[in-house]
Each structure stands twice: as C-alpha cells, then as structure tokens.
Design a protein around this ligand. Structure first.
Ligand code: ZN
Length: 182
C-alpha cells in the first residue's frame, strides 16, 4: 500500500464531476486500499477519489478508525436512494487543512453502492456515518462542504481559509530562504 498526495482546495480537480466506475479490477482494488491508507495516515474519517487526483466514483469511509479497520467501507458508484430529517454537524475536510464549519445535511440516508467484490450493498446510515457518506458523495459531484454554507458564510470562510494558506506558504518560503543562508 502507498500513501498518495492530497489535493488541496481551491484545486480545479475538486470542482469536477467524477465518472462512474465500469470495471472492478485489481488496479481498482489496489487504488481503494491506497485511499484507505492515505485516509488513516491523514487522520481522516472519509476520503473521495478526487481528493487524491482521480475523478472516479470511489469513496472510503471509516468512522471508527481505532477498531483496526472493522468499520472500513469502500463504496463504488454510491447513490443516495432515500434521505430523511435534518441535522447540523461541524465538518472538516482533508482538502481544507485547518478549516471547520457547521453544515446542514440530511439526518438519515439509504445508500446503495458496489463493494470491492462487485456486490451491490445497501447501507442505512445515521449519525457521523451518514454525514461522512454525504460529504464524500458531494466530492464525487464536484461539491465541497463550503458549497453547503449560505453564500455570505461561504465567502467569509473561504476568504479566511485562503488568507491563512497564503500566510503559511509565505512562512514556508521564508523558512526555506533562511535555511539556505544558514
Ligand atoms: Zn472532504
């Protein structure tokens, strides 16, 4: 298994709609395993393929990362068939380092997807698992969690995030220059 580099917002890859998977072969199984490793190493509970630069409909979710992979899910071409209720959670995203925001979503969802063996699976999800699957399926449609905020809130949150990122990159460059001259 191998860790893959994460795509960071505002990369255009995160704004594209991802294509359906048409064949579940060994290359896809290896890719899904690399996604899981990347997610665990980054201490995330979910990852969508566009976040590792592949615009295909694959997501990896594990909302209990400390149980040794028992709760790990790989979902291929996931579709939400039914959704009920409303809820609000504070969400973060591996593609937005350091950012958290409260997002309104459906409370319970019924999801259908293929697993890595090509079997159709049905999942009834509530709580964090529901939120996480909705967040990752959004990524497959080119939607990030800031797109779920109202337009004014989104503008403020994104502006602060981009400003902090620019400052961090500036600090990194200064540090690089200092170490060259040391
Ligand atoms: Zn995300």
């Amino acid at each position: 298994m191998a860790r893959m580099p994460l795509v960071i917002y505002p990369d255009e890859i995160l704004k594209r709609r991802s294509a359906d998977i048409t064949e579940i072969d060994q290359a896809l199984v290896d890719f899904a395993r690399d996604m899981a490793e990347t997610m665990y190493l980054a201490q995330g509970v979910g990852l969508a393929a566009p976040q590792v630069a592949r615009n295909v409909r694959v997501i990896t979710v594990d909302v209990e990362p400390d149980d040794g992979g028992k709760a790990l899910l790989h979902l291929i071409n996931p579709v939400i068939l039914d959704a009920h209720g409303r809820t609000t959670w504070e969400e973060g995203c591996l593609s937005f380092p350091g950012l958290a925001a409260e997002v309104k979503r459906k409370k319970e969802i019924h999801v259908q997807a293929y697993d890595l063996e090509g079997k159709l699976v049905d999942i009834e999800a509530d709580g964090l698992l529901s939120i996480c699957i909705q967040h990752e399926i959004d990524h497959l449609n080119g939607v990030t969690f800031v797109d779920r905020l109202n337009p004014v809130q989104k503008k403020l949150v994104v502006r602060d995030y981009l400003r902090r990122r620019a400052e961090d990159q500036h600090d990194d460059r200064l540090e690089a220059i200092r170490s060259v001259h040391r």
